[in-house]
Ligand binder design. Structure first.
Ligand SMILES: Cc1cc2nc3c(=O)[nH]c(=O)nc-3n(C[C@H](O)[C@H](O)[C@H](O)COP(=O)(O)OP(=O)(O)OC[C@H]3O[C@@H](n4cnc5c(N)ncnc54)[C@H](O)[C@@H]3O)c2cc1C
Length: 375
């Protein structure tokens, strides 16, 4: 039997172990406990895939890796993921926004059921330290030295890439993606305020103000699109994309305070912030607001501009960067430089938006690698 080592027992490593356990002798090695990283996914519910059944369309949800994934997804895509989970004994359902979850709505349940199906796999809690190529691939851990016919690297994007760099594997500089953003402007007074259906960068979604800046679904997406942009950069947000006829509203309510009028459109703390930053008294009566001030208010609402200075570790936090795709054969996931060395999951320079795409990358690349190893 082929001796296969898999370094990293996250979703990618465990899926690969599952696909190989009948045909190979599989040793799954992780510095921590297996499938620990699946627990926080989907807010504890595990958004395991996205109901996009055209594999070409599916690749469009990956700001990095779109072209590479064409071949991968042509072999294993959303439908195959559903069959895979069915085989594991995990029933799934699709939410109205096309995100797919286990019926149990529990990542813990997914982890436990999945691990129960890895009966044919030797699981070791050891930290991989060094990889050496040769007729057999040598893996040195903190406890053992192994010689494998094939080694699959599935260490994700968060552990650092030192072990790979030491073996001469090219790493594209990693940046956090699907995260909150810090801003130069002090938005502390807005912490906890959320606004629905904002528009920015051609995207629509909800924004949440935090102690350090901005967060929420639209911001996660923008953080992904701009993951490799140098900060600081300027970001304009339309907080109220519908037309606002502010003059008519003020004419109809001449004795109303402008902050009270605006708070019918947006959260009051936000309109107070806007008025204060325009150096307007929040309690100014509407009939005293001049035309220029009205335009400034409208501009501040439709073109709320912040200077992004960095990222905060909230959100899905995936890594934009990793093993250079030019060094991997997308038909097999094998290294082009080191024979019998494979890369799967988030460790490669592929990342998707929120919605189940990052786990889909794990299942699909794991399957393609396993199929090639089985040949
Ligand atoms: C809060 C949060 C929520 C998320 N929600 C979703 C979601 O709902 N849907 C979705 O699609 N994606 C989600 N993601 C992203 C998804 O979890 C990751 O893309 C996915 O876990 C990557 O899987 P992986 O197996 O490639 O790597 P990982 O899950 O990172 O697993 C890598 C494993 O390798 C081990 N390891 C690392 N280095 C070594 C070493 N040197 N020696 C031994 N072991 C090592 C680690 O201990 C770890 O267990 C979320 C991410 C986060 C942080």
């Amino acid at each position: 039997m082929k001796q296969v080592g898999i370094l990293g027992a996250g979703p990618a490593g465990c899926a690969c172990a599952y696909f190989l356990q009948e045909t190979c002798s599989v040793t799954l090695i992780d510095a921590s406990s297996p499938l620990r990283t699946i627990l926080p996914t989907g807010g504890g519910r595990c958004n395991l895939a996205h109901a996009e059944y055209d594999f070409r369309e599916l690749t469009k949800f990956y700001p990095r890796g779109e072209k590479f994934l064409l071949s991968v997804f042509s072999r294993f895509s959303t439908c195959d993921t559903l069959v895979f989970f069915e085989t594991l004994g995990i029933k799934t359902y699709t939410q109205s926004d096309n995100r797919i979850f286990p019926i149990s709505n529990s990542s813990k349940d997914v982890r436990d059921t999945f691990l129960n199906k890895l009966k044919g796999v030797k699981i070791k809690q050891e930290k991989g330290l060094q990889i050496e190529s040769g007729e057999k691939i040598k893996l040195i851990t903190d406890k053992n030295t192994y010689y494998f016919d094939t080694l699959v690297i599935a260490i994700g994007g968060h552990a650092g890439y030192e072990i790979l760099k030491k073996s001469g594997i090219k790493i594209i500089t990693p940046y956090p993606s699907l995260v909150g953003l810090t801003t130069q402007e002090n938005l502390k007074s807005l912490a906890g305020v959320s606004v629905q259906n904002c528009v920015s960068n051609g995207e629509i979604g909800d924004i949440l103000f935090t102690q350090k800046g901005i967060s929420g679904p639209i911001i996660y997406k923008i953080s992904s699109i701009k993951a490799r942009d140098n900060s600081p950069y300027s970001l304009s947000i339309d907080l109220y994309p519908d037309n606002i006829d502010l003059q008519s509203l003020m004419n109809q309510n001449p004795h109303k305070q402008i902050n009270n009028l605006l708070s019918e459109l947006l959260p009051k703390r936000l309109t107070d912030y806007i008025l204060t930053s325009l150096k307007l008294n929040t309690d100014t009566k509407c009939h005293l607001i001049k035309g220029r001030q009205r335009d400034e208010i409208l501009n501040a609402i439709h073109n709320f501009t912040v200077t992004v200075t960095g990222t905060t570790p909230d959100g899905e936090v995936v890594t934009a960067g990793g093993v250079d795709l030019n060094e991997i054969n997308p038909k097999t996931m094998e290294s082009k430089k080191i024979k019998n060395l494979y890369f799967i999951g988030e460790v490669i320079d592929v990342d998707g938006f929120c919605g189940g795409f990052n786990l889909q990358n794990c299942w699909s690349t794991a399957f393609v690698a396993a199929q090639s190893i089985n040949l």
